[in-house]
Ligand binder design. Structure first.
Ligand SMILES: Nc1ncnc2c1ncn2[C@@H]1O[C@H](COP(=O)(O)OP(=O)(O)OP(=O)(O)O)[C@@H](O)[C@H]1O
Length: 263
């Protein structure tokens, strides 16, 4: 993204549904699509004052042409096509909606993605990426709010040692709602998820520029059990809890089934 310029024209192939090997997302070796968009930025006041020419022109949604604006250096106009081209009057919201939103929001479906801006200095990369990042964050929070999966007061704690972990688990256990049902006198009435994130670096590279850090998570999930109201003989609050538990387990089953069917 961004204005392109420089001494000689840069040639960009249209990456029309091209696929590239990429280990991210759904697993090693999975093929993913690359979308290439170009955004032209308007000439700045300084450039206008200097009389700098606009060498690039957007002729439709997918094509830009470069024509030499210097009469002493005439060259034939050259057309370049991309998946999407944004003319200099487009605002960042349009660039986000048409050029980045689908990719950015794939993260809520569990798909990794990257959006990066490439271009010469002052072509508008930071300007564009700042806007795209803001719109993405807003949309992700809207999505979460709509889906109702925002976990209030969720905290992440850096562990000191294994004793510290045990302490935290016991805090969780005391906060976890349990209740007596006909089938279990100490029945868990909520799910418990313990997520351990381990970051590791090779000791010899620690604190050095070239050190790489491996980050991975392991989740320990203790689900509340499904129950038939008729067997659990529950009523009132217990019955309501049982309905919520069963509904959440049904949703989990749907999510797993859909993930399995994802290409
Ligand atoms: N679409 C745009 N509309 C209006 N102003 C823009 C636009 N894009 C960039 N600018 C302005 O152009 C200037 C350069 O933009 P920016 O700093 O984003 O460039 P950059 O490509 O990130 O540069 P560098 O590579 O040097 O960091 C800034 O003053 C910015 O506000």
């Amino acid at each position: 993204m961004g204005a392109i310029g420089g001494d000689g024209p840069v040639y960009w192939d249209k990456v029309d549904g091209a696929e590239t090997a990429n280990g991210g997302g759904g697993g090693a070796g999975k093929l993913e699509k690359i979308l290439v968009s170009v955004r032209l930025r308007p000439l700045s006041d300084k450039e206008i004052a200097r009389g700098d020419p606009a060498e690039w022109e957007c002729i439709n949604d997918t094509t830009i042409i470069s024509r030499s604006a210097y009469p002493d250096r005439p060259t034939a106009p050259t057309a370049y096509s991309f998946d999407r081209v944004f003319h200099s009057d487009c605002n960042t919201k349009e660039v986000y909606e048409d050029g980045a939103k689908a990719v950015a929001l794939s993260v809520v479906s569990g798909i990794n993605s990257s959006i990066f801006a490439y271009g010469q200095t002052s072509s508008g990369k930071t300007y564009t990426m700042t806007g795209i990042t803001e719109y993405t964050v807003t949309d992700i929070y809207d999505y979460i709010a709509k889906k109702g999966t925002y976990v209030e007061n969720l905290t992440e704690v850096i562990l000191r040692n294994s004793e510290h972990l045990k302490e935290l688990i016991s805090v969780c256990e005391t906060q976890r709602r349990t209740g007596e049902t006909y089938l279990n006198e100490n029945s868990s009435r909520s799910h418990q998820i313990l997520k351990l994130t381990i970051e590791s670096s090779a000791r010899e590279f620690l604190g050095k520029d070239k050190s790489t850090t491996l980050v991975a998570c392991v989740n320990f999930v203790d689900l509340a059990g499904s129950e038939r109201a008729s067997q659990a003989l529950s009523a009132g609050t217990r019955l309501k809890e049982g309905c919520h538990i069963n509904r959440s387990l049904l949703t989990l089953g749907t999510v797993i089934r859909k993930l399995r069917l994802q290409p």
